[in-house]
Design a protein around this ligand. Structure first.
Ligand SMILES: Nc1ncnc2c1ncn2[C@@H]1O[C@H](COP(=O)(O)OP(=O)(O)OP(=O)(O)O)[C@@H](O)[C@H]1O
Length: 322
């Protein structure tokens, strides 16, 4: 039986006229990797900020390790929140940031931090404010991993990291998690890249949770049906179609739900092709607004049509406090 590390009930957060979170109820279990996914402005950072006591709820209940997190050292010392906007003192070098983390986190592994610094080719003695964007992200990623906090949040930790460095992050995260299980929440727009890491997926849309399920269940919860228009239409009639697209006489429908063996045979006899729906496609389909610019398939490394610029400016606005 799993133990809840986080329990949230009817949480809402309003900023004047903006509703950033609306009636969120969820729990995060011990020793699981969660994906917190959603479009720009969905409310992901707001939620993580409240769980880590860096932001306030307008209403609702938040418990972390069974207690209120606000100004609660017992709780906060067990949490690590890595976000892009992390601010460091002006004269800080990575070596200083790691020393500070070592003092704060009781499970800190200096050996791992040094190994990762080498692997990410991080200049340890250069001032953090002079680091490149990717190197700055590496500082956060290293602190997030080496802290081995029981509850670790990574809010889009990869900005500026190249593909090799991102893969290194995913590999080291999985390896370290296998050895030292803990609760990890990863917010990312690069959904296909992180899909294999995730055990459980929470999708937020316009401040509300629309999916909270094991990744395994989500993987099998929709199917792409492709073929000639008339046959696809006939086959998917009466089923929930999440998305339709077509090129000439050929069309493809994304249908929610699973198909029975008989339905699969029927599709085959009709000459239809059945294909899996990736987690990224699924998230896009579920959160796609009518008329939204998400209609087109996003570029591979900008998965959810994210604007890093928009995200960065938002982070600059909310600021970091730890
Ligand atoms: N300090 C603030 N004042 C006013 N509105 C805010 C503030 N912080 C966030 N918001 C708004 O709350 C909503 C949720 O923002 P949040 O940063 O949580 O989204 P997000 O899911 O993390 O987005 P992204 O993927 O772009 O990082 C957005 O509409 C945002 O504009």
């Amino acid at each position: 039986m799993n133990t809840a590390v986080v329990d949230v009930e009817h949480l809402s957060r309003h900023y004047r006229s903006v509703t950033a979170l609306e009636d969120i109820t969820l729990s995060l279990q011990e020793d699981k990797i969660y994906g917190l996914l959603g479009r720009n402005g969905a409310g992901k950072t707001t939620l993580m900020s409240i769980l880590t006591a860096q932001g306030f709820a307008s209403s609702g209940e938040v418990r972390v390790f069974g207690e209120h997190p606000y100004e609660n050292e017992r709780v906060l010392s067990r949490i690590c929140f890595i976000r892009e906007s992390q601010k460091y003192p002006d004269d800080f070098k990575p070596v200083h940031a790691f020393k500070a983390a070592a003092l704060f986190y009781k499970n800190w592994d200096q050996g791992l931090a040094e190994q990762l610094a080498e692997e990410f080719q991080l200049p340890m003695k250069r001032r953090i404010k002079k680091l490149s964007r990717g190197q700055l992200s590496a500082v956060g990623v290293i602190i997030g991993l080496a802290s081995r906090a029981e509850l670790t949040f990574f809010d889009e930790p990869y900005l500026g990291l190249d593909a090799v460095a991102r893969q290194l992050f995913y590999d080291r995260l999985l390896a370290d998690y296998a050895e030292f299980p803990r609760t990890i929440v990863l917010s990312s727009h690069l959904i296909d890249e992180v899909a294999n890491l995730l055990e459980h997926v929470i999708i937020i849309d316009k401040g509300r949770i629309i999916i909270d399920d094991d990744a395994e269940n989500i993987r099998g919860s929709a199917v792409n049906v492709a073929g000639t228009a008339a046959r696809v239409e006939a086959f998917t009639a009466g089923r929930p179609v999440l998305h339709r697209e077509g090129v000439g006489a050929l069309v493809s429908h994304t249908v929610e739900g699973t198909l029975s063996a008989a339905e699969r045979r029927e599709a085959q006899e009709l000459g239809l092709e059945l294909g899996p729906v990736s987690l990224q496609q699924y998230v896009i389909r579920k959160t796609l607004d009518a008329g939204s610019s998400w209609g087109a398939e996003p570029a591979a490394d900008d998965a959810a049509g994210l604007g890093n610029g928009a995200s960065a400016s938002k982070h600059a606005r909310t600021g970091a406090t730890r």
